[in-house]
Design a protein around this ligand. Sequence first.
Ligand SMILES: Cc1cc2nc3c(=O)[nH]c(=O)nc-3n(C[C@H](O)[C@H](O)[C@H](O)COP(=O)(O)O)c2cc1C
Length: 212
Amino acid sequence: MKILMLNGSGNANGSTRAGLDVMAEVFAENGVETEIVCVGSKPLHDCIGCGKCAELKRCVFNDDAVNSFVEKAAKADGFVFGTPVYYAHPSGRVQSFLDRVFFSSMCSDLYVAFRHKPVASIVVARRAGTSASFDVLNKYAGISQMLTVGSTYWNEFHALTKSDVPQDPEGLQTLRNLSRNMIWVMKCIQAGREQGIQPPCTETGAMTNFVR
Ligand SMILES: Cc1cc2nc3c(=O)[nH]c(=O)nc-3n(C[C@H](O)[C@H](O)[C@H](O)COP(=O)(O)O)c2cc1C
């Protein structure tokens, strides 16, 4: 089993990465492989709504990790999306990255890369804006038929820099419990599949825009 993790900070080795590492350690102890993809610190395109992904079956912008993330997602059994809090929202770059990941995969056959798989979002802040940021990241899951996994608190921990991370024991406990819950959900899905329980068929066709 494999979990694909996203570090939504421009700082590849900061607090967000430290939180993902805490989770990766629990996954490793339980034989679950992980890979961490970083949104990076180079300029990152926002989704421009060009709709080219419907034709190309990938995002039109090819100079960052978005398209390779979707390809990796197809082989992953679960996901963790991590972000620092910036002005009480997820980092701009993680939102740009995930907008393009989910819009391009929705418009292509790679939608199945995410559907019916468990996901958790984790957020780190010095002080405030965590639950608002957590809500934003969870919304990608809700519209993509993903299974959002919970923990013993909303998935947040507090740090200004990564050296602060060990000073939030409850935050770390939340992350460890989250990892264990994710492993359990993935094992349940695998056991169900072995017993012939398939994900439900998806009803499609209705798309009602709220205009007259
Ligand atoms: C532009 C910017 C905005 C920030 N806004 C907030 C905020 O709204 N609330 C907060 O508690 N911390 C805020 N922070 C602090 C970061 O969330 C915190 O330093 C975090 O640990 C950074 O994670 P990273 O090292 O993975 O980038 C902000 C930091 C930056 C750079």
